[in-house]
Design a protein around this ligand. Sequence first.
Ligand SMILES: [Zn+2]
Length: 259
Amino acid sequence: MRLIDTHTHLDFPEFDADRAAVLAQSQKLGIEQMVVLGVDQGHWQRLWQLVEASECLHAALGLHPVYLNSHHPAHIEALRHWLERLAGHPRLCAVGEFGLDYFLEQLDRQRQQELFEAQLQLAVEFDLPALLHVRRAHAATIATLKRIRPPRGGIIHAFAGSLEEAREYIRLGFRLGLGGAATWPQANRLRRVVAALPLEAIVLETDAPDMAPAMHPHQRNSPQFLPDICRELAALRDMSPQALAEASSRNAEVLFRWR
Ligand SMILES: [Zn+2]
C-alpha cells in the first residue's frame, strides 16, 4: 500500500527526539511523500531546512489562524518573499496552512478574514494550491473562495462539514482531507459523509502530531498511523484499503503536480 500524508507538522517539537526514526519507519510502511505545513513566520526557516534534508518531504508555508496573535501584516510580505525565492522549487508544494477558525471565539474574525484573503491572493499569484484550516466557518470560507479562487484549488484539511459543503468545495476545485477524526465510532455524521464522498475528491492526512485516530488513542499522532487510518476509512466506504490508498495518492499527486 502506497500512501501520501498531505498534512503533517513534523517540524513541531513533539518530533525532536525521534524525527529521523519516524520518517524512516513511515517510508517503510509505504508513506511515499509527506507535506509539512508552516503555521507562523518564525518557523518557516526551520521547516524548510527539514524539508530540504529529506527527499520524502514537501513544504507549504502559511500563517495559521489559530496563531493569529503572533502574526503581523509584515508577515504577509515575508511570505511573499519566501514564495518568490522558492518559485518553481519542486519541494515547495502549496500555500498553507491558513484559513478561518470560528470555533475559538477569542480569535478576531475580521483580522482572520484579512489574513485569509491575503494568502488566497498569494496562492493565485504564485499558482499554488491552498491548504486550508476551516473550523465552524464553511459558509464564510465558501463565500470567500467564490470571490478569490486559486486556480489550482487545494485541500480543506480535516474536513468535517456536510455533504452539501463538500460538493461546494469540489465545485471550487478543492479536495477534502480525511484523517483520524472519522475513525472515531461516535463521529456518526462525519462517517456518513466520508462514505458518500466522491473518490476523486479524497486525499488522506494525519495532521500529526494532532488528531490521533481511534486505534491509537491519546498518543502522539504520526504518519506511521496513516495505513491504519486508510484501512478504517476504506471499510466505511466498503472498498479495499489498497484502492483507497491508490486513488487518494493519485489525487494528491495530480493536485501537487508530482506526476
Ligand atoms: Zn495543521
